[in-house]
Design a protein around this ligand. Structure first.
Ligand code: HEC
Length: 446
């Protein structure tokens, strides 16, 4: 990829720079020297250590100086190319504010790069903030705010061998509701602390018969929640929830990887309900906006292909989040809204999709876009079926739609909250003043 090779050159240039000018650089920089103790630890505590601490799932701990120092070069490379923390959306187009943003800002990236370029010094250990503490118990994160969940749904367990290819484990579990109930929050966790090491991510799809569902928008198989390392819980916006119907099931999709030791574990979903009889005004349903409907997906060998799909919103709606879904050849995806008056508005664009990180980008409350009835949701998906894609198992294969990771998919998972015409008019009146967003076509891809 071009990004990586650019940074590769950057690193080489910096290293030779260090060799030549080491003395000069450190003398000139003392006033503003960036040190691990003073500048880096606070950033890592906030943005890295949730995943990078002992016993968590990242490959190394970034807590102490001794643990961090050997990784300095790799840290610079991953941070400068925005691969770490995993947050691959372009924040400069479409929705720019997110409820779960874990990315670094420009200053933080510059600070880390300067620190590595200066030889990754410790500085004065006395500057170090108090270390963060992690609970060694497997506690529900949402319990602090909501108490214990109303019920917990567990997947069948899986035994992962010490050495094995990745596995996608897809059991089905019944949901214990005998009458319709509204969900207010959900949280997924591996069943044990050991299980955290093998569980890369887990998705809990809600499988239930939806009378009156709009089949064009694939409302039937709503996702309850997706969990990936570092994620906490999903609490729906006020007065908004998901509806569970009797007979509902969770259909799991759990991505497990081997870590050199046999581990058996399950994944479980904690569910917090609205009190009986309390109906939130809005129902949110997870919708797969297609970049190309199944059997038409057609990806030629040795090419970067582009596919597009259009879905019309049958009612006014608020879009709550964006999670692009593609497989190994996924490269980029954009979602654009084409309003009934013909104006186009970019909603979200992920330029460097990475199959290992199925990130769900949750729009901040005031940023979640609202569209009138009749708006077309236009999804564009790019697949890289060339040898330049390091995840590509075979660039000489034609690829079509399918479940296996060597097959492809291209849809945008979005929670859609349909609102009334009246609510839409209210919203439109309040948002009239803000300048219309421009729709910048994604750069760098044809
Ligand atoms: C959501 C969890 C998560 C967060 C947050 C996160 N990482 Fe990572 N990191 C991982 C995982 C998992 C891997 C290994 C898989 C991969 O490379 O994608 C990794 C890999 C890396 C690597 C590559 C190690 C190697 O093999 O060379 C570096 C460097 C790194 N992370 C640095 C950071 C830094 C610095 C931050 C914070 C600014 C950070 N990460 C935030 C989970 C995370």
């Amino acid at each position: 990829m071009t990004d990586t090779s650019l940074v590769g050159r950057g690193v080489v240039a910096t290293l030779s720079g260090l060799v030549l000018f080491a003395g000069l650089g450190s003398a000139a920089d003392t006033a503003t020297a960036v040190t691990f103790a003073k500048d880096i630890v606070p950033i890592f505590q906030e943005k890295c250590q949730d995943c990078h601490h002992k016993g968590s799932m990242a490959p190394m701990s970034l807590v102490t100086y001794e643990e961090t120092r050997p990784w300095a070069k790799s840290i610079k490379q991953r941070v400068a190319t925005r691969q770490m923390p995993p947050w691959h959306i372009d924040k400069t187009v479409g929705v720019t504010h997110f409820a779960n943003d874990r990315s670094l800002n420009e200053d933080q990236i510059a600070t880390i790069v300067r620190w590595v370029d200066a030889g990754a010094p410790l500085g004065n250990a006395k500057d170090m903030p108090a270390p963060r503490q992690w609970s060694s118990d497997n506690e529900w994160q949402a319990a602090k705010e909501l108490g214990q969940p109303d019920f917990v749904i567990k997947s069948d367990p899986y035994t992962m061998a010490a050495h094995h290819q990745d596995v996608w484990w897809r059991p089905i579990t019944n949901i214990p509701v005998t009458e319709p109930r509204w969900v207010r929050a959900v949280e997924i966790r591996p069943g044990t602390m050991a299980g955290r090491r093998i569980t890369h991510h887990a998705v809990a799809y809600l499988a239930q018969d939806e009378p009156g569902a709009d089949p064009a928008a694939q409302e039937r198989r709503g996702m309850l929640m997706e969990w990936a390392v570092g994620k906490q819980y999903d609490m729906y916006r006020p007065n908004t929830g998901k509806l569970l119907l009797p007979g509902a099931q969770v259909s799991w999709d759990i991505h497990i990887h081997a870590v050199g030791e046999t581990i058996r574990d399950h994944v479980e979903l904690g569910v917090w309900l609205y009190p009986k009889g309390q109906e939130p005004k809005y129902r949110t349903t997870l919708t797969a906006f297609q970049g190309r409907s199944g059997r038409y997906l057609d990806i030629a060998p040795n090419e970067i292909s582009k596919n597009e799909g259009f879905t019309v919103l049958s009612r006014p709606a608020r879009l709550e989040n964006f999670q692009p879904h593609m497989h190994l050849r996924g490269k980029a995806m954009s979602v654009e809204a084409i309003l009934p008056d013909g104006t186009r508005q970019m909603v979200s664009y992920v330029p460097n999709f990475n199959f290992n990180w199925m990130t769900n980008y949750i729009y901040a409350d005031d940023a979640a876009p609202v569209f009138p009835k009749g708006t077309k949701i236009h999804v564009t998906a790019w697949h890289d079926n060339t040898s330049a894609n390091p995840n590509n198992p075979d660039p000489d294969q034609w690829v079509g739609y399918g479940d296996r990771t060597v097959d492809e998919m291209c849809h945008a998972w979005m929670n859609v909250t349909y609102i009334s015409e009246e609510d839409y008019q209210d919203w439109a009146a309040k948002h009239k003043k803000s300048a219309p967003q421009t729709s910048e076509p994604p750069q760098g891809l044809k």
